[in-house]
Design a protein around this ligand. Structure first.
Ligand SMILES: [Zn+2]
Length: 238
């Protein structure tokens, strides 16, 4: 939070409480009970996945609590202890912290168009696992993904992205192409390809050494593919 935000935070919370008309949401913001009360940081892969999915249920029911699983609380300005890492698309409609209803500092978020694994994404996730010790990596595809749509068109020969015109856009699309090619030619619908891409990227990450594959083999890490349905807000495993 910047200095202005810090100075005005109390006034902002008061305004939210007043606007909420004394509702539960306003009361929780005023007292801070929504952030951290009984919310132990999930320490195992399955507990982390359950926390994400429960947060998504709150999001869909419009019962946001901005749940805080971070043990650092107000000290997060100098450290972070996220309980999960998410590799999501850069699409402006996709916001992991929002759809999983968690406070800042809880989810280590990597966003790149098509949620494909490039060196930047891989290195970031390796840092999250090796240094921040996250027990879960989720590859989160989403409905109506333009990068996946482009990869479908590339594989079908309908379009191409030569670097002389499209810069590095083709390289981003290329991270999705192998996933599309793994789907039978007559079945390459956008929904099928989005789900397959999430799973293919997740499986590739789980096999990648030395950090991720070792953590998976030791049972310290689970890597899952999932899809965010924009219209409903629902996240489901792919
Ligand atoms: Zn996308």
């Amino acid at each position: 939070m910047d200095e202005h935000g810090r100075l005005s935070r109390r006034r902002f919370i008061g305004a939210v409480g007043a606007a909420a008309g004394g509702s539960l949401v306003g009361a929780e913001l005023l007292t801070g009970t929504a952030l951290g009360a009984g919310a132990r940081r999930p320490a195992t892969p399955n507990a982390a996945l359950a926390a994400l999915m429960e947060g998504n249920r709150r999001y869909r029911r419009n019962e946001w609590e901005r749940r805080d699983y971070s043990p650092v609380g107000e000290r997060r300005a100098s450290s972070q202890k996220p309980f999960a890492a998410v590799l999501a698309c850069a699409d402006s409609r996709v916001s992991p912290s929002l759809v999983f209803d968690v406070e800042r500092g809880n989810v280590f978020s990597v966003q790149v168009a098509g949620n494909g694994v490039d060196p930047g994404a891989l290195g970031s996730l390796e840092y999250a696992v090796a240094v921040l010790r996250v027990p879960l990596v989720m590859v989160l595809g989403h409905s109506d993904c333009g990068a996946v749509r482009s990869a479908i068109d590339v594989v079908a020969g309908r379009t191409s992205f030569p670097p002389s015109t499209f810069g590095a856009i083709g390289a981003v699309v290329d991270t999705v192409v192998p996933a599309i090619e793994s789907v039978p030619a007559g079945e390459r619908t956008i929904d099928r390809c989005v789900a397959t891409n999430a799973n293919v990227q997740a499986q590739a990450l789980a096999r990648t050494g030395p950090i991720l594959s070792t953590a998976v083999a030791a049972g310290r890490l689970r890597v899952v593919g999932a899809v965010y349905e924009i219209a409903s807000g629902r996240v489901r495993l792919a």
